[in-house]
Write a protein that binds this ligand. Structure first.
Ligand SMILES: [Zn+2]
Ligand SMILES: [Zn+2]
Length: 89
């Protein structure tokens, strides 16, 4: 079983992401889900794919048990936002 050992600096970004009350996130890393969504947003991907099977398990006390689906969506949203900021900067 793969465990995430990345130093995600995403605490603020994940602040609005709800806690996973369904258990569907299966303790996978919301930080990695966020980053995956963010990359897609920055590229304005028209087809989204949450790499559920490839997400490592989470050992970060601060983001553990966050909903990875919402984290992915938040990442996508932030990525699209940053895409526009780059355009207008
Ligand atoms: Zn991670
Ligand atoms: Zn994690």
């Amino acid at each position: 079983m793969v465990i995430c050992n990345k130093q995600h600096r995403l605490i603020e970004s994940l602040a609005l992401v709800p806690t996973d009350s369904s258990g569907m996130s299966q303790n996978k890393c919301p930080g990695c889900a966020y980053e995956s969504g963010y990359r897609s947003g920055l590229q304005m991907d028209v087809s989204l794919n949450l790499p559920f099977q490839n997400l490592p398990n989470c050992q970060h006390a601060t983001t553990q048990s966050k909903d990875i689906f919402a984290a992915f969506a938040q990442g996508y949203f932030d990525g699209v936002n940053d895409f526009h900021q780059q355009k207008t900067a």
